[in-house]
Design a protein around this ligand. Structure first.
Ligand SMILES: [Zn+2]
Length: 211
């Protein structure tokens, strides 16, 4: 898992989704979680640098964990399906978060995050227990949320799934902002989104990739 988390972090960096060291990834472990250290750089990050933690903030090893560890811990505590978490300040998700708006049902692909929108948690200072609590509420029943004036966070059952989720959310935020720049996008109705959600459910059971 250490090697896979480093590969995940580098894949995010290669897609320009980590600005400097402003992003972090983690995986659930028996004892809590394994997370990238604070201030880490994709070029020099080594599997040995990842920090093992418990869910209350206790950590081991020479490097301090990401200052945003509590965000990750709150989601692991809340959702047993969350196995790998990605938090980034990727451009378009962050731009939308700065409008303090959710990603609405402008495209049926929004349903792949588990509902009719991707919510936006209210702004509070980074690294605080309050941000962790608000993010856990916003992501509840979903696999992603925006963090107002900050960025986004998403999870998946594996490193590959979490990477794919982060890439797809960033693309949808870009497409939504493009649509808003050109006009007022027609939002799908609740019935239309419910149909998409039901269809995603059957795709998941068949293990086919989403359309
Ligand atoms: Zn952040």
């Amino acid at each position: 898992m250490r090697v896979q988390l480093v590969a995940l972090y580098r894949a995010l960096a290669a897609r320009q989704m980590l600005i400097g060291s402003s992003g972090n990834v983690s995986a659930r472990t028996d004892a809590g979680l394994l997370i990238t250290p604070t201030g880490c750089e994709a070029d020099t990050l080594s599997p040995d640098d990842l920090v093992p933690m418990d869910l209350d903030g206790g950590w081991q090893g020479p490097l301090r964990p990401s200052s945003e560890w509590a965000l990750h811990a709150a989601i692991f505590c809340q959702d047993p399906k969350a196995q790998v978490i990605v938090h980034t300040h990727s451009d378009h998700a962050t731009a939308l978060s700065c409008l303090n708006r959710p990603l609405p049902a402008f495209h049926y692909n929004v349903a792949e995050f588990g509902g009719e929108d991707v919510r936006c948690a209210p702004y509070v200072t980074f690294g605080t227990p309050e941000l962790a609590r608000l993010a856990a509420t916003a992501i509840s029943g979903r696999t992603a949320c925006l963090l107002a004036n900050h960025g986004m966070i998403c999870h998946g059952p594996s490193p590959a799934a979490a990477l794919n989720s982060a890439i797809r959310l960033e693309a949808l935020c870009r497409q939504y902002l493009l649509a808003c720049a050109a006009g007022r996008p027609r939002l799908l109705s609740r019935a239309e989104m419910n149909d998409a959600i039901a269809r995603y459910g059957s795709y998941g059971q068949q293990k086919d990739p989403p359309p």
